[in-house]
Design a binder for this molecule. Structure first.
Ligand SMILES: [Zn+2]
Length: 116
């Protein structure tokens, strides 16, 4: 009983550490893609594809700061040339429209509710 408990705890700890490493790896890849995208968009797309595959393989969610930096359909990193951002007037949402494939993604915002 006690042995089983110990191994379980150990496994959990190990998993957590692994996820932390992959998170850093994913963030690093996305940062690299942002830098590369100024010169070579296709290469940046491939880097983002690899980073997303890594997240899927390890079943770790994409970090919060990374989520809104690329198009989910064509993997293009967002910059002033590749995205159009609109803030909703009647609905509390921000719309990201990709200029390359036309894919739109909406994120809600709550200016009063959020305290963070
Ligand atoms: Zn796109």
């Amino acid at each position: 009983m006690t042995f089983a408990k110990k191994t379980k705890r150990f496994k959990k700890k190990k998993d957590k550490r692994m996820k932390k490493n992959t998170k850093q790896e994913i963030i690093r890849l996305f940062d690299f893609a942002q830098i590369v995208s100024k010169h070579d968009l296709q290469l940046a797309r491939e880097i983002i594809f690899i980073a997303r595959k890594l997240a899927m393989k390890t079943r770790s969610p994409l970090p919060r700061r990374v989520k809104r930096t690329f198009c989910r359909k064509c993997n293009t990193p967002y910059s002033t040339k590749t995205v159009r951002i609109r803030i909703g007037v009647h609905h509390p949402q921000i719309t990201y429209a990709c200029k390359i494939c036309g894919h739109t993604k909406r994120f809600p915002y709550h200016s009063k509710k959020r305290t963070r």
